[in-house]
Design a protein around this ligand. Sequence first.
Ligand SMILES: C[S@@+](CC[C@H](N)C(=O)[O-])C[C@H]1O[C@@H](n2cnc3c(N)ncnc32)[C@H](O)[C@@H]1O
Length: 233
Amino acid sequence: MIRLDDRLRCALDMLRGSAAVADIGSDHGKLTVALLLEGGCRRVIPGDISPDCLQKTREIIEQCGLQDKAETRLGSGLSILSPGECDAAAILGMGGELMVELLEDSKAVAEAMDKLVLQPMSGIEELRQWLYENNWHVMVDRLIPVGCRWYQLLSVKKEDRPDPRPEGFPSGCWLVGYRSFADRELGLKPYCREQLEKRRERLMKAAGTAGEEKLAREAGQLEQILKEMEGWN
Ligand SMILES: C[S@@+](CC[C@H](N)C(=O)[O-])C[C@H]1O[C@@H](n2cnc3c(N)ncnc32)[C@H](O)[C@@H]1O
C-alpha cells in the first residue's frame, strides 16, 4: 500500500473504479501507482510538462513493477490524450487559472470524460465560476484538512445545461462549493468560520483601500452560509 496524505487519498476515492485515468501533473507519481494498486484502475496515463517531474513518476512506477499498466507522457495538460482515451482525469496541485486554460485548450478530451477530479492550489473562485458558466456539474465537493491548510477537491462532469444551485447559497459566491453546502460537507462549517475570521482581520486594515469592497462582500457571503448552517443538525 502506498502512503498517501488525506488530500491524495480523497482524490483516489473520487477516482476509484474508473478503468483508465490520466494523472495530469503527476510529479512524484504517488496517485498514479495508488490508482493501479488500490483504486481498481486498469490503466493510468501520467503526464507532466517537466521532464524531471515525469522522471520521478517513471521511477515510482518501476519500483512498483507497474510499467505494463502506466504509460508516462511528456506534455501540457490534457493535450497528451486523444478524446475517449481515458474515462477520467486528475488535475491536482496546480493553480485554478491554469486548470481553466488546460480545459479550454483540450475541450474535446475533457468533455468526453465521465469525470475530472480537480484540486486547485489557488484561483479557486475563478475555476469555480468558469466551471459553472460552462455547464460543468459538480458531483462531489470536499474540503480536506492536511496539517494547517485546507484543500478543496471537486469531481466534475460536463453537461448541456446549468448545474442547479441549492436554495440558501449566496448568489455569486465562488469561495466554497454549493455542492458541499447542499451535501452538508463536514469541513464546510470550520472552513467558513476560519475564512470569515481571516476576512474580518484583513478588513480592519483595509478601510479605504481598493480591496475593501471585495473583502466585505466575501465576509457577507460567508456569514450567510454560516447562518444557513445554524439550522443543520
Ligand atoms: C505541485 S505539483 C503537484 C503534483 C501532484 N499532482 C500532487 O497534487 O501531489 C504540480 C505538477 O504539475 C506539473 N505541471 C505544471 N504545469 C503543467 C502543465 N501545463 N501540464 C502538465 N503538468 C504541469 C508540474 O511540473 C508539477 O509536477
